[in-house]
Design a protein around this ligand. Sequence first.
Ligand SMILES: Nc1ncnc2c1ncn2[C@@H]1O[C@H](COP(=O)(O)OP(=O)(O)O)[C@@H](O)[C@H]1O
Ligand SMILES: [Mg+2]
Length: 235
Amino acid sequence: MLKINNLSSRYAQVKVLNKVTLKVKEGEILGLLGRNGAGKSTLLKSIMGLVEVVSGSISLDENILSEQQAHNIPKYGIGYVPQGRRLFPELMVEENLKMGLLVRDSSTDVLDWVLSLFPLLKSRMKQKSGTLSGGEQQMVATARALCLQPKYLLMDEPSEGLMPSMTETILETVEKLKTENVGILLVEQKIEGTLRVSDRIVFMENGSISEESDPQKLAENPESLMKYVGVKARY
Ligand SMILES: Nc1ncnc2c1ncn2[C@@H]1O[C@H](COP(=O)(O)OP(=O)(O)O)[C@@H](O)[C@H]1O
Ligand SMILES: [Mg+2]
């Protein structure tokens, strides 16, 4: 289990997360919703060791990740797809994926598994990543994170800026990964799709987790979403 326990973290002098407690089980999809600036990306960056932890802890099974340096975190089996994708635009798709394989010395069998999830990438291997469409770039970013065969995948707004059909593809991949027993912490703005694929939903507000909800109940009662996401969800 991935456990975040009473975590507070900050950028230089600015404290952002305030006593966040959260668990993600193996093979579970946890949807994390909240307004811009709530601290969602900071939480994912804290798990990856990219933001200073002030107090509290992050652990994966018996390992305490918050005592590890950032470059070691992926080796424990945590994949991270950052907001905005962060590919190496000048590198070919193949090269981006090989960087993913290197992190954990994964074999080419792993690459075959990843490409079976994103068959479209097979025909793009020699293309420079920066020349792909937004949806294809998201596939590469997700595929790269999967190259380390993660037990958990942290996804930060994977559908940002994508057309609806691409958003669907990403959500289908999330569901497929669930069947492969990968636990997913999914940060999203597209509420409807997030409610559909998530097992549980948590809301973040001002750096704290304010409530845990059942996605089905939220879908039946979308007014309750207004408080945390500030938009009227459509169904
Ligand atoms: N690199 C940074 N340095 C200082 N403050 C930051 C930095 N990144 C984010 N913040 C601040 O932390 C808060 C939470 O941001 P973020 O985690 O990106 O929110 P979200 O992902 O929910 O939109 C915001 O107030 C933001 O301004
Ligand atoms: Mg963010």
